[in-house]
Ligand binder design. Sequence first.
Ligand code: BES
Ligand code: MN
Length: 459
Amino acid sequence: MQAVLDYLDANYDRFLKELCDYLRFPSVSAQPEHAQDMAACGDWLLRHCRAIGLEAELHPTKGNPILVARTPRTVGKKKPHYMVYGHYDVQPAEPFELWKTPPFEPRVQGCNLFARGACDNKGQNFAHLKAVEAYLKTGTELPCDLTFVIEGEEEVGSKNLVPFIKSQRAALKCDTIVISDNGIPQKNLPALTYALRGIMAIEVKLTGPNRDLHSGLFGGTVDNPAMVLSQMLASLRDKDGRITIPGYYKDVLPLSKFERESFKRLPHDDTKYAKFLGVKALFGEKGFTTIERKSARPTVEINGLTSGYQGKGSKTIVPSWASAKLTFRLVPGQTPKKAQKLITAHLRKICPPTVKIEFGDNHGGEPYLVSPTSPAALAALRTLRLAFGKEPAVMREGGSIPIVVDFKKVLGADTLLLGLSLPDDNPHSPNEKFDLDLFKAGMRMGAYLWQELPKASAK
Ligand code: BES
Ligand code: MN
């Protein structure tokens, strides 16, 4: 094991260069013009995995290829099998002008590495690859078999991954899944995340007159889709931050007293948090703390809102249509299917007859909740102690990784969420970064994990 840790130290400069190469691919899955870059990035990853000693294949899908890389299996030895999941696709980098340096030209400043995808998810996932490289290149026996599954469509809903894991059920059958695609509260406080919120994402479009109209000549005689949409959306949430859709909270499981107490032990300061986000005051559901609201309570957000004239100067029109992209974060008890039904029925009901309502693209993911005291979870906590030299926290996370629920359903395995991202890493925002101290700690975490986790499987 010391050889593994020494290898990680000795080769750090090269690892950082390789991560920068990985980050140079603009692998933006949401934008069709990046299809070539997606393919090139997948290809780079394939070659990289082979170079570090993994048996790797790229599996084509209807969308972007999925990389599967396995540690060489020792014949005749039955070892526990774990999967490490990650994604090589990234969010769009727009608005480009807000980046201090270009998003796909990685830049190290102090202990941070800036680039789109630095933390979400290339950097975090790369730490695991490097830990395994250290085992393979030092000839240190791994007490387990590992399979990396690194997909290219996480940021757009993992639509092709679900059929893939179903078709590869036997090969991917494993004891536990490990994901580092999430956060920790602070640099000196590692954490095991035991819950994620689910998501229901939906587009709604209202159409009024059959073309944009002169607002002086026609305004006052027809309804304005932008006005109607604004009024409808505004009514989805009340002044106490509660979603107003009838029956929406019926399935929401209440937070236990025990959990609420445990949230209080996580470091948090509302004043600092507001300052960090640049807001005058915080907002959210009344009766719940900030940590509860951002990780364990339902929300509705408008992610995008489009209508009318957006160019310079003014254009006096009644727009023909208005549309919005909405996401509802879901918590244990809720399902995207049921939420979608409630949401669309409610929007149809409150939509006046003066406009036509249509629902566009949607995708969903179920919330996830597992025990933070299972043998695997305890092994993960031991790993964090060893890798960080600090007592780890347990926490819930507000973001969504829908595939973990599919992993559970299809492969029967639970997921350990071992994040390496900090609250100011800016995933999905301009100037995304990854803390290089956490890159190093993440590699050590990967190294120790394969010692500790098999002890849990042996029980
Ligand atoms: N890595 C994030 C999710 C995340 C971030 C989970 C921080 C926990 C903590 C992931 O790449 C992501 O952004 N997922 C999307 C889900 C989606 C597009 C279905 C999200 O949460 O918005
Ligand atoms: Mn993301």
